[in-house]
Design a protein around this ligand. Structure first.
Ligand SMILES: *Cc1c(COP(=O)(O)O)cnc(C)c1O
Length: 399
């Protein structure tokens, strides 16, 4: 059985049109890295770029770097590099702060968009009941601050939660635990059907599959850059706002970097035009330029091929697990392709100890309570032989 799978893995790797991307990353030898959905691998060009940013730009050019090395405009410039990966036309994405902060910014901004007298009964914020916890915590606080009621809803039962009372809805594009992918365009249409604003968290989809924010009519979106975008630990997140909303957008963290004339040092606040109004304070320049270097790996890469490979990899992995691990030892939580993102979640008893054993055997995924093993398949650097190796080690550990 395993020899047949090995032959198929070998053939699939040999025919992989994205195989050359693996060389754009530095990964330790003899390691199957399946945790790119938590912390993406290191792009090989990053260390030299960081050294240049620190030694030359900071060390030698000093304060001049804000203009001469383009530091000041980097949040918008790098936002425009992320834009094509999430189906956004230029001028709608800006990078800075954490995803949690950007979630807060998006929720309060969305509630404030309902400013007409007839919008007064928009008293509820709906949040994905399966969300990555930080989004839920922040939504609760945003609801409290804006005097709204928080309504948790499963994406599958969204219709039941929506009404003329809904101000905004915050959903995760891919479920961080099970890997289930939601239909962004269809759910956004439902949300718009009751006159509410749709906010999507792309943390587990950007860089893993094609995202079509503009085509889907999404109002606001946020996402993290240290997972499938490989921006490095703590890399700044991004915010997207649909161009036509920008002139009316009133965000809750109006720092000086979002001011129309930041160096005028005026006492009064006037928002900048465009997506710049979603900035707040001084950008985290070293992480931002690390992300900039990391984004080079996407140059010339077609997201449709990334998606095709990702689905082939996760499908093959599930097949290997089913072939090698007794069915009563493990349960596949992730829906079949194409209703999944780029990860496979497996449930088993003693999952935490199982993951510890896998990591000792150099198959790196992660554990999420109560019984979930997560395996992320980042198509740019994971291959079919890796998928088979992971399944073999899972079978050995569970034997
Ligand atoms: C990873 C992730 C985050 C991370 O938030 P941080 O503020 O960067 O810690 C937020 N939301 C979702 C859905 C995520 O998957």
């Amino acid at each position: 059985m395993s020899t047949d799978l090995a032959a198929r893995a070998k053939a699939a790797d040999a025919a992989d049109p994205l195989a050359h991307l693996r060389a754009r990353f530095s990964l330790p030898p003899d390691t199957v890295y399946l945790d790119g959905n938590s912390l993406g691998a290191l792009p090989a060009a990053v260390p030299d770029r960081i050294a240049d940013v620190v030694r030359r730009q900071w060390g030698t050019d000093l304060i001049r770097s804000w203009t001469d090395n383009g530091w000041w405009a980097a949040p918008e410039r790098i936002g425009d590099r992320i834009a094509p990966l999430i189906g956004a036309a230029p001028g709608q994405v800006v990078v800075g702060d954490s995803t949690s902060v950007n979630v807060f910014r998006a929720l309060v901004s969305a509630v404030r968009l309902h400013q007409r007298p007839q919008d007064n009964d928009r008293s509820e914020i709906v949040v994905d009941a399966t969300t990555f916890p930080t989004d839920g915590y922040v939504a609760e606080s945003a609801a409290k601050m804006t005097g709204r009621t928080l309504v948790p809803a499963h994406p599958r039962a969204l219709t039941d939660a929506l009404s003329h009372r809904t101000a905004a809805v915050l959903l995760n594009h891919v479920d961080f635990r099970t890997g289930e992918l939601w239909d962004m365009a269809a759910l956004t249409e439902l949300i718009h059907g009751v006159g509410a604003y749709a906010i999507w968290d792309l943390s587990h989809s950007a860089g893993a599959l094609p995202v079509d924010l503009d085509a889907g009519g999404v109002d606001l979106a946020v996402g993290c850059t240290y997972k499938y975008l490989n921006g490095g630990p703590g890399a700044p997140a991004y915010s997207y706002a649909r161009a036509e909303l920008l002139p009316r957008l009133e965000q809750p963290l109006p720092g000086w970097c979002s001011h129309r004339d930041p160096f005028g040092m005026e006492a009064g606040y006037r928002p900048a035009d465009g997506v710049t109004r979603l900035r707040t304070g001084t950008p985290e320049m070293i992480s931002l330029l690390t992300l900039d270097a990391a984004l080079d790996v996407w140059d010339g890469v077609d997201m449709a091929s990334v998606r095709a490979k990702s689905l082939a990899l996760t499908t093959f992995f599930v097949e290997c697990v089913r072939a090698l691990v007794p069915a009563d030892r493990i349960r596949v939580l992730t829906p079949d392709a194409p209703r999944r993102g780029s990860q496979v979640a497996l449930a088993c008893t003693d999952a935490e100890a199982v993951m510890t054993a896998l990591i000792e055997a150099r198959v790196i995924g992660d554990y999420r309570p109560p019984d979930v093993l997560r395996f992320g398949f980042a198509a740019p650097y994971v291959g079919f032989a890796d998928a088979l190796r992971a399944a073999e080690v899972i079978a050995e550990v569970l034997a």
